[in-house]
Write a protein that binds this ligand. Structure first.
Ligand code: SF4
Ligand code: SF4
Length: 440
């Protein structure tokens, strides 16, 4: 059977060979741990510890503020060194709790393995996920408990695990699928307990045949879970594209997956759900790909949240040469970093250190009206029109041309022969629209 797919999209160089065959390496931090109070979409957390306090691993240190927010927990035991402003990996300053690791990893007394998982109600599972501070770990950072609580009129029949991992270089989900297979299935079954009428689908790109086989073997006797093989194409892992590939349903403009009966979860997020429910441990760890031509020994690390990028780069052998660009996330949708002294947060999927041969340094030229950006846009938008309206600040026309539907995949910038900064300008245009909406 041919792999499932969506309309348009591109085929960038995958560059996954650097790490895809290496087992996940679990490392412990050596320096201080930094926990920014912004690690999710929604209101920042409020620190609930003060300088000098002793904290345990798994202890809540940041309280969620409001419905769309998510608590933050310490990943180590030690003394709170400071509560102060730090540089967030996304480039802005925010409040953070800094913990001096005592290297004892003493866990909070109340965190114990659960023996009554079978008897938990769906409300109890959602409450555990909420209190564990679990958010979408693919980068979006949307609080998971909110996703698991759709309005009563939305009939959910598809729970889709996103194992596409379509961004070049990144292989953390691939390795988790191979190495934590049972936890993924048990985590998915917990979600299916919340939505008993739904079926679980694990979407995996066809460039990961080993993960497809492992998960097909592990689910062959489970009636309500199946593996969906999707085509290796970018941005296959974008929520709307993955939903279309598997269900042929289109999420309406401005709508959510729940509007078409779907909930999509990231692979590491489901492992976090397993850990919170079965082991009682909140979200304090994740798997991060450290890769790129400027890294001596690229690999995937399982790390404590709060560890610095610099420590992970050193654990990967350091630089082979001065990187031309350091990116947090994938090369298509990630953010350029101005400093590697930033902490790993819940949404940090990878740290890429690219050589000058791996980054495009061509100058932006005039548009030659070739139409390629529109031809490949997976949302069927007109990127050059959006670019134009963003640059001149015409927010009304930007909205008319459906600029707010842009999923910021960067496919248009990638194919543009004139190297127009399309994605950058569209992001600016979206921000301007949101700012206008706030004012009115
Ligand atoms: S306009 Fe947006 S959705 Fe379309 S290709 Fe560009 S970044 Fe992707
Ligand atoms: S791909 Fe680039 S050059 Fe071609 S129409 Fe779009 S913006 Fe213009």
């Amino acid at each position: 059977m041919s792999a499932l797919t969506f309309k348009r999209g591109i085929h960038p160089n995958e560059s996954k060979h650097l790490t895809e065959h290496k087992a996940i390496n679990t490392i412990l931090p050596t320096g201080d741990l930094v926990y920014p109070m912004v690690q999710h979409i929604g209101a920042p957390c409020k620190p609930i510890v003060a300088k000098g306090d002793y904290v345990f691993a798994g202890q809540k240190i940041g309280e969620a503020q409001g419905f769309i927010s998510s608590p933050i927990h310490s990943s180590v035991s030690g003394i709170v060194k400071n509560v102060t402003e730090v540089l967030h990996p996304n480039g802005f300053k925010c409040e953070a709790v800094i913990v001096e690791n005592d290297e004892k990893y003493a866990v909070l007394d109340s965190i114990v393995q659960r023996t009554n998982v079978e008897s938990l109600s769906k409300e109890e599972i959602i409450e555990i996920v909420k209190e564990a501070g679990i958010v979408g770990m693919g980068g979006a950072g949307f609080p998971t408990y909110v996703k698991l609580s759709p309005p009563a009129d939305k009939k959910i029949d598809h729970i889709i695990l996103n194992g596409a991992e379509c961004e070049p270089f990144i292989t953390s989900d691939h390795r988790i699928m191979l190495e934590e297979t049972d936890k993924i299935i048990l985590g998915l079954q917990l979600i299916l307990k919340i939505f008993p009428e739904a079926k679980g689908y694990i979407g995996i790109e066809d460039n990961k045949p080993d993960a497809i086989k492992v998960l097909q073997d592990a689910t062959k006797d489970i009636d309500n879970i199946e593996v969906s093989v999707v085509k290796s194409k970018y941005p296959q892992g974008a929520e709307k594209q993955l939903i279309y590939s598997i269900t042929k349903r289109e999420v309406p403009s401005g709508g959510l997956p729940a509007d078409v009966g779907c909930i999509v979860q990231n692979i590491d997020t489901v492992v976090a759900i397993w850990r919170a429910v079965y082991e009682g441990m909140p979200l304090v760890r994740r798997v991060v790909t450290v890769s790129g031509g400027a890294i001596k020994d690229p690999q995937n690390f399982q790390v404590k949240l709060g560890v610095s990028y610099r420590e992970l780069i050193e654990a990967a052998g350091g630089f082979t040469e001065e990187p031309a660009k350091v990116i947090s996330g994938g090369p298509m949708m990630g953010f350029a970093m101005y400093s590697i002294d930033a902490p790993v947060i819940k949404g940090t999927s990878s740290i890429l250190c690219l050589t000058k041969n791996e980054v495009s340094v061509e100058e932006e030229k005039n548009c030659i009206r070739c139409g390629k950006c529109a031809t490949y846009c997976p949302m069927n938008l007109q990127p050059i029109e959006l670019n134009k309206y963003s640059l001149v600040g015409e927010t009304e026309n930007f909205e008319k041309y459906r600029g707010m539907d842009c999923i910021e995949c960067g496919a248009c910038s990638y194919v543009c022969p004139s190297k127009r900064h399309l994605l950058q300008s569209i992001r600016t245009g979206k921000k301007a629209v949101l700012a206008n909406r706030k004012k009115s």
